[in-house]
Design a protein around this ligand. Structure first.
Ligand code: GLU
Length: 445
């Protein structure tokens, strides 16, 4: 059996970190199994679906490295939904209902008031021909419900949640189609999962109750039910559902200079029994992917953890992976010198300026100024080479009283304007002789 997963966002907004995580797990599982990853755009809602979001979803997945093998759009499949709707109608599995939302809401409140579960009571099924004719004469149009089979237990073995049981009699027959003929999520999704031969449905646990209903839809069509995996929800570092996470997406990550590899490494592992590790190679993450390691407790998304992971990932990035984002003059040597100092790629320019100058002026004591002048003279006598820092500081150690910090710090400050930063040994050849000389001169003045 060829494995096929799907990620099915509605293009009514940007992807947020929660659905990025779902996309990632679908993608990883498909890759691990040598299967296919489908991007399905659930765009039945013509009013709220926007082409700009479709483009943004594709671009975000691309940026994350989660490109799809196939793409489908629900808006192109209305004929097929109509056809399958007729099939269910002929089988008596859908029925028209005429209640207004006010009537339904009132009924709900009454049931709750009586301490009963607010399940739809199938009043539409006991309407007489005359009552229906009456509604139609009033110009009322029906919405449509799927008729659950109350005698059939609903069971599945969830790859994350284990054995699941639902009593169909405790569920409301879901509305699948509105008065105006437009589709709600439930039925088109099932028809697509069947037609597109989806083998594994991986989504958030907020869909568990939908799955119970959809299983009966698969059965009503005589189709094989896919395997389900419902992952625990994503919560903020404080352990609560967070509004902020609902709006945190790729553009927010990019603004914070977070690498796609860092997001992938974090989202691949939080909520699982595997540790979060700075693994920049997605293939390595794929190898360890296993629904059996997913927990039932919510997965915590911690910005601080992401920032730290990102720093470790940046320190692993090869020049080739980043060169398009570096100043042209930097070259591989420049990258290797500044890389260990970066928290994120947003700091590249700041550190590169230590090489190119100008550097921040530092106030020196008169002893330090004298020392810097002497150091400059000593440097004039030395042959400039890749080992110049060592040659120079050894010479100064011999010719002055200074050693350790009192020797190195004024030089670092004079040459970089900072008291910490890249390895001077590697930095000096990049700064170059002329700039070193003039920075020493300026500092000593
Ligand atoms: N469009 C649905 C959603 O975004 C898809 C859910 C599913 O994976 O079936 O919630």
């Amino acid at each position: 059996m060829t494995i096929k997963t799907r990620f099915a966002p509605s293009p009514t907004g940007h992807l947020h970190v929660g659905n990025i995580r779902t996309a990632l797990h679908n993608w990883m599982f498909a890759k691990k199994e040598g299967g296919t990853f489908l991007l399905r755009l659930d765009d039945t809602d013509a009013e709220r679906s926007k082409e700009e979001y479709v483009d943004a979803i594709r671009a975000d997945l691309q940026w994350l490295g989660l490109s799809s093998d196939e793409e489908a759009r629900q808006s192109g499949r209305f004929d097929r939904y109509q056809e399958q709707f007729e099939t269910l109608k002929a089988a008596g599995r859908v029925y028209p209902a005429f209640e207004t939302s006010e009537e339904l809401e009132l009924r709900r409140k009454i049931l709750l008031g009586q301490g009963k579960p607010p399940i739809y009571e199938r009043t539409a099924l006991v309407l007489t021909e005359e009552q229906i004719a009456g509604f139609e004469a009033e110009g009322r149009k029906p919405h449509w419900r799927f008729k659950l089979d109350h005698d059939k237990p609903i069971e599945w073995n969830d790859l994350i949640r284990g054995d699941q049981h639902f009593d169909a009699a405790l569920l409301s027959d879901p509305v699948i189609r509105r008065e105006d003929g437009s589709w709600l999520y439930m039925l088109p999704s099932t028809i697509d999962d069947i037609d597109m031969e989806i083998t594994h449905v991986v989504r958030g646990e907020d869909h568990v109750a939908n799955t119970a209903v959809q299983i009966q839809m698969f059965e009503a069509f005589g189709a094989k039910t896919p395997i389900f995996a419902h992952e625990a929800l994503l919560v903020g570092a404080e352990g609560k559902l967070s509004k902020r996470l609902g709006s945190l997406g790729v553009s927010g990550f990019r603004d914070r200079h977070i690498e796609p590899q860092s997001i992938v490494a974090l989202l691949a592992r939080i909520g699982t029994s595997d540790p979060v590790e700075p693994i920049a190679d997605i293939e390595r993450l794929v190898e360890t992917f296993d629904f059996g390691r997913f927990g039932r407790a919510p997965a915590r998304f911690d910005d601080e953890e992401l920032a730290q992971l990102n720093q470790k990932i940046v320190h692993q990035l090869d020049y080739d992976a980043v060169k398009d984002r570096l100043p042209e003059a930097m070259g591989v040597d420049g990258w290797n010198v500044i890389r260990p100092n970066l928290h994120d790629m947003g700091e590249v320019d700041r550190w590169w300026q230590v090489v190119t100058g100008p550097v921040a002026p530092v106030e020196f004591s008169s002893e330090d100024s004298d020392f810097l002048m002497a150091a400059r003279t000593a440097l004039e006598d030395l042959e400039w080479s890749d080992t110049i820092w060592k040659d120079w500081t050894s010479a100064l150690k011999a010719s002055t009283e200074r050693k350790g910090k009192s020797l190195f710090m004024p030089l670092r400050q004079a040459l970089t304007g900072l008291d910490h930063g890249p390895d001077m040994n590697a930095l000096l050849p990049l700064i170059g002789r002329d700039s070193v000389m003039s920075r020493l001169f300026t500092a000593a003045k």
